[in-house]
Design a protein. Structure first.
Length: 99
């Protein structure tokens, strides 16, 4: 279970990193014709899709940044809870009793 918790932590970090990088590319007007920028922006949009349109600000860039930021926070919290549950299930019995 501890190994699974580590995998969840790594996947969550990668997902949050992609979303954050996509937000930076959007806010800084990175060249969308570049294949790396285009791919990261597409992945970020897909990963942050459930949070699209939560808030609408006067600037489209900052709207995306805010909604992507909310996605990062939610994914981080959920991943942290899953990791904590997996780690506690995988902990030795003596350690669970003491905690």
């Amino acid at each position: 279970m501890v190994m699974l918790a580590r995998i969840v932590r790594i996947v969550a970090a990668v997902v949050c990193g992609i979303i954050a990088l996509a937000a930076v590319f959007i806010v800084l007007d990175a060249n969308a014709a570049n294949s790396i920028v285009s791919t990261v922006r597409d992945w970020g949009k897909t990963l942050a899709g459930p949070f699209d349109g939560i808030f609408h600000l006067s600037s489209a860039k900052w709207t995306v940044a805010l909604n992507y930021g909310i996605a990062i926070i939610v994914y981080g919290i959920v991943a942290g809870l899953v990791v904590r549950v997996l780690a506690s299930v995988g902990a030795p019995r003596e350690r669970r009793i003491a905690a």
